[in-house]
Design a protein around this ligand. Sequence first.
Ligand SMILES: [Ca+2]
Length: 509
Amino acid sequence: MEFKRKKQSSVFKTSLLLILSGSLLLTGCGGKNNATGEGDEAPTKITMQTLNYAQDMVDNSSPLWQELEKKTNTELEITWLTPTTIQDKVNVMLASGDLPDVTFVESLNNSQLQKMIQQGVFWDLSPYIKDYPNLSRPDLAQMWEDSKVNGKNYAIPRYYPSYGGGMFPMLRKDWLDNLGLEVPTTMDEFFDVLVAFRDKDPNGNGQKDEIPYATAPTSLLFVYGIYNETLGNWKLKDGKLVPIITEDASRDALLWIKKAFDEGLLPKDFAIMKFSQVVDLFRGGKVGASDFSMNAVWGHGKVIKEVDPEAELIPTTYLENPNGVKYTPSGPPYYGVYLIPKKVPEEKMKKILELFDYGNSPEGNVMMYHGFKDVHYKEVNGKKELTEQGKKDMVGDGNMSNLFHLISDDMSIGFVGMPDELYERNVQIVNERKKVQVPDPSRGLYSDTYNRLYPEIEKKVEDMRTKVIIGLETIEAYDQFIEQLKQDKNLQLITEEMNKEYEKKMASE
Ligand SMILES: [Ca+2]
């Protein structure tokens, strides 16, 4: 999902010389101490597979990889998986049962995985976590809480900030300024801004060449969240979970989008737009708004500046629905989890927890993300700036920084090279966003029936919505479709089972 995706790319290739110089520099800052303080033990060999967003992937010649091994007295055999292949590869691996010592999965909401957890394939780590000072630090407590399955921690969550990520409108600040407009805070204001972008020549070239809002059907799910006043696909009504797809509020959301399409505020080929096409269009510099996580103010912003040096982006803080209820995207404070199969002996499992404890320690956390001080980064005015050596060693460019995430909002609001004033503004905006708490009643619920049957229903609903938006179906046909859907046996079954899971979870809290 695009929610957590951080745009990463690399044009730097390592050469033997650079690897050597990196290793030589390393001798000074490494030392032979390990996390246990027990000096002479042979390193523990640990196999693991995990996600890596980098285009060029490092191997064990990476100085950070070597430093991590040294600090934790391990020998790491890491298999990197790419974002496009991970899902299939993990599913094949789970099905075969042939698992490395540490397996990364992007979501706990995976039927095969849930079945294996029930079967006792993985270690229950709950009794052990308290023994690791960094894993059990108070600021990570929510992360452990939210990643429980049946009240137990079978997985080591990989941190990701709750706020700042997620698809949510980002606007051309310079266009707003040119027209004397404020950043919108309601859906009506947002609509009016898009109309102004269409009509008032915000780029000032005398031509009606602006595309007010570059977006795609899958990017606009937040609109349904705004109208339903909930995160995810479910909301609470009279203490019961109901699927938002059949709610009247979803009809209102659909009509907002349809009106935007009818007014020419969306791209003409909206219905078939892919996320990558939205990005390309946005980067072309003729677009007034699009949906991204907050770090895109620089991630995409710096690219737009190449075609339009005046371009400035600003994320919206929140948007209110007609009831005056605020919405902003947020999620659980982790993205992806690591699991350790029970076939791994207890001693080794503890060693793996030690490795993750180091990765989540202030020292290990900064080292894996920024590299070595004065080698890979320099502190300038309290900010860590990547050096040429840092680029050469592919520091911060996916790779080792994907293994343990930096425990900081910077994951979602910062970006390499982001100017100070943009960063500080993002800090202010994310702090404002944190005041907006949108309920997410289905968080942490796992239902096999949902996983099996919901995607097909969801697809049908999405197709219907898109047809209504572009005028291939009427809103009356939509109403009929929703009435039928309410009688759908599978949706009723899913709803029953989700409610059972919800009651189970409520009872355990
Ligand atoms: Ca123009």
